[in-house]
Design a protein around this ligand. Structure first.
Ligand code: NAD
Length: 502
């Protein structure tokens, strides 16, 4: 049996538990389907129904927030060492079910197994990383004066809401939930409605691994009802959100009445700048990988390649040749490099840019069409001869679509790079050290990689500027979001107190 066939058989076994049943919420440690309303999650492979999912509303969010509030009273008092041990047990359990998580994720998102096989393991790594930091999460500073000892401590902010998108849901959820739990917060998670299955697996795994009931709650449902209710709930003290920029704006407005603290990881239109002195072979590999991996449904994708005019013709020709050879296929086939896109509505959006590109004068150097494999399969697309003012250079397409733009010199490269409303990541390819630093410091982005693809190191800050986000994840930065810093001042003696009314 080929590995592909084996994956298909195994995936069907894992999906059996969802078929014909309603995927439930997990509230206060209990699986429940709430009001009985459901929605369907489709497999991008053929748009068949994978499962019915409970459709939560304000009532379920209210119960989940109540459960989170009750559990917070004891979870915040649970020692950091105990929280660490439980989180390591969760990581062990994730690893033990890594194959199940990976295959279910592929079938629910359309992401190729070559990337998803590691998604569960990366999720486990996120749990381990923050487990080890749980004992020091409350640490603060000593700020003494002659008369007082000032010291700070950090306290968990309270029950928090986590709202996640559909592109790589398992990995992204752990990235938000693990630091919240390590900080001592409890969580109500509202996963994306287009790929909800692995969120249920995570909550179930955490509960079975020993996380007390109510510490992690999951409410499925749509953004406009369950999501909205979560952001408006008075007992939810903060919202960690990953998704579109426009949704971030809506959440900020919805949370304003309850003065919600927000952390936003939003969209991107990230530039990769290739100078003519770069290692062009490696640069080409990285340019292609960073946009065509994960179906291009990746916030950090290099969706705009800015290429030095002197090498533009050759570089774009080589890129087109490679793009045409990228293998589109079934997500469970280990040979597949691009799988089906998440949903017919998303396919429509991605393909809507082809006419816009042509009529603006760009060249469709590869792709621009549906693949013959099925409705959600799109051929990897490369637009060349583009200008930065075109829609294909300004808007986040969030698919396997690269826009290639020439530039004359360093100054022009920078001004094109910065001429978008987003600022998540930037990638720079050059052998000139001075130029690498100059451009890295002037480009408007939260994260910059030089001569590198996106290699994540968990202690480093992750986040964007401009319309790409607010706040940073990673290392201790996450604790700044999930915790409040309290200053305590102790008088060391009889400092002078002015006497009034004597
Ligand atoms: P989306 O904004 O449509 O949805 C994200 C989540 O928000 C979903 O769970 C949805 O139900 C919920 N939601 C929608 N409306 C809401 C509302 N009014 N109130 C509360 N919740 C609401 O995003 P998507 O289409 O699922 O994901 C794609 C987007 O996510 C892209 O823009 C991508 O760049 C971004 N993204 C960013 C990062 C990052 O780290 N910066 C990572 C991954 C994805």
């Amino acid at each position: 049996m080929s590995e592909f066939d084996r994956n298909v058989v195994r995936a069907q076994e894992y999906l059996k538990r969802f078929r014909g049943k309603t995927v439930s919420h997990l509230i206060g440690g209990k699986h429940e389907s709430g009001n009985g309303a459901t929605f369907e999650t489709l497999s991008p492979v053929d748009n068949s129904v994978l499962a019915k999912v409970a459709r939560g509303t304000r009532a379920e969010i209210d119960r989940a927030a109540e459960a989170g509030k009750r559990a917070f009273a004891s979870w915040r008092k649970t020692s950091g060492e105990k929280r660490r041990d439980i989180m390591h047990q969760i990581a062990d359990a994730i690893e033990a079910r890594a194959e199940e998580i990976a295959l279910v994720e592929c079938m629910d998102t359309g992401q190729p197994i070559r990337y998803m096989s590691k998604a569960a393991l990366r999720g486990a790594e996120n749990f381990r990383f923050y487990a080890d930091r749980a004992p020091e999460a409350a640490d603060g500073l000593s700020l003494p004066t002659g008369t007082h000892l000032n010291y700070t401590i950090r306290e968990p902010i309270g029950p928090v809401g986590v709202i996640t998108p559909w592109n790589t849901p398992f990995m992204l959820s752990t990235w938000k939930i693990a630091p919240a739990l390590a900080a001592g917060c409890t969580v109500v998670h509202k996963p994306a409605e287009w790929s909800p299955l692995t969120a249920s697996l995570l909550a179930e795994i955490a509960l079975e691994a020993g996380l007390p009931a109510g510490v992690l709650n999951v409410v499925h449902g749509f953004g406009e009802d369950a999501g909205r209710a979560l952001t408006e709930h008075p007992d939810i003290k903060a919202i960690g959100f990953v998704g579109e920029t426009t949704t971030g704006s809506a959440i900020m407005a919805q949370g304003s009445q309850t003065l919600k603290r927000v952390h936003f990881e939003l969209g991107g239109k990230n530039p990769v700048i290739v100078f003519d002195d770069a290692d062009l072979e490696r640069a080409l590999d990285a340019v292609l990988f960073m946009i065509y991996s994960l179906n291009g449904e990746r916030c950090t994708s290099s969706s705009r390649a800015l290429v030095h005019a002197s090498i533009y013709k050759e570089f774009s020709a080589k890129a087109a040749e490679r793009v045409k050879k990228i293998r589109v296929g079934h997500p469970l086939d280990p040979g597949t490099e691009i799988g089906p896109l998440i949903h017919p509505r998303h396919v429509e959006k991605v393909l809507s840019y082809v006419d816009a590109a042509r009529s603006a004068g760009a060249t469709v150097a590869a792709g621009g069409i549906r693949s013959s494999l099925g409705d959600n399969y799109v051929e990897p697309t490369l637009y060349t001869g583009a200008h930065n003012s075109m829609k294909i250079a300004q808007e986040e397409i969030f698919g396997p679509v690269l826009t290639m733009i020439p530039f004359a010199d360093e100054q022009e490269a920078l001004s094109i790079a910065n001429d978008v409303r987003y600022g998540l990541t930037a990638y720079i390819w050059t052998r000139d050290v001075g130029r690498a630093h100059r451009v890295a410091q002037s480009v408007e982005a939260g994260m910059v990689w030089v001569n590198s693809e996106n290699v994540r190191h968990l202690p480093t800050p992750f986040g964007g500027v401009k319309n790409s986000g607010i706040g940073r994840d990673g290392g201790d930065y996450s604790f700044d979001f999930y915790m409040e810093t309290k200053n305590i001042a102790i008088a060391l003696g009889d400092h002078k107190i002015s006497r009034l009314g004597v």
